[in-house]
Ligand binder design. Structure first.
Ligand code: HEC
Length: 184
């Protein structure tokens, strides 16, 4: 037992006693040791049909890919479809408190508790300009040390958070254009 448990390769699980206890005969969607010979791409799990929309994401379809080009295009082509009503702004602030402030800080200064130990994001107020489409893109797909939030928040929720981030940056809710930094 001792010998088999301590292989040199630290990723190896060592010798497995009765492997059929660990590796099911049925096809598992998330665990796969060998290529699936019935599916052309070799995966057990089938890719969703092209154009499929996940449950709960019907409210909005974000068309741009997770590339630099997508990010650039987001700045020009993507507009916030969610009205900056008092209710939506309040909900954006609430969601920001749940999903963002532990890194970005309550006022967006980049001083959240997690950020202090992890990677400090730049303060929103120090940004010359970030279009709402870019903010959506970065929340949806993530950016460098910041993970994607597209699976935690629905697109409509992200757009409400975008209103709040723009507010922290000094923009008037719902308005594109200059912020306080640029006016200085
Ligand atoms: C784990 C910590 C963490 C969390 C949680 C987090 N962020 Fe970030 N965020 C970062 C870091 C670090 C950066 C800087 C990324 C870079 O440019 O390298 C960043 C960058 C950004 C940017 C600038 C993106 C750009 O295009 O330059 C925006 C806007 C932003 N975050 C918004 C949010 C919002 C809104 C949330 C909540 C939904 C959030 N972040 C959650 C760490 C985080």
């Amino acid at each position: 037992m001792w010998l088999s448990g301590c292989g040199r390769d630290e990723r190896s699980t060592g010798l497995e006693y009765a492997p059929q206890m660990y590796h099911p005969i049925s096809y598992e969607p998330y665990v796969q040791l060998a290529a699936n010979k019935f599916n052309a791409d070799g995966k057990n799990m089938r890719e969703p049909a092209k154009g499929s929309i996940a449950r709960g994401k019907m409210d909005y379809y974000y068309p741009l890919p997770n590339t630099n080009e997508g990010y650039e295009r987001a700045a020009k082509e993507i507009k916030n479809p969610v009205e900056p009503t008092q209710e939506n702004l309040a909900e954006g602030e609430r969601l920001y408190g749940l999903y963002c402030s532990h890194c970005h800080g309550a006022a967006g200064a980049g001083d959240g508790l997690v950020a202090a130990k992890f990677a400090q994001p730049p303060a929103y107020t120090a940004r010359a300009y970030l279009a709402e489409g870019q903010i959506f893109h970065s929340i949806y797909w993530g950016k460098n040390a910041m993970g994607p939030h597209g699976s935690q928040l629905s697109p409509t929720e992200i757009w409400k958070v975008v209103h709040h981030v723009r507010k922290l940056m000094g923009f008037e809710p719902g308005k594109q254009g200059e912020n306080k930094e640029e006016k200085k």
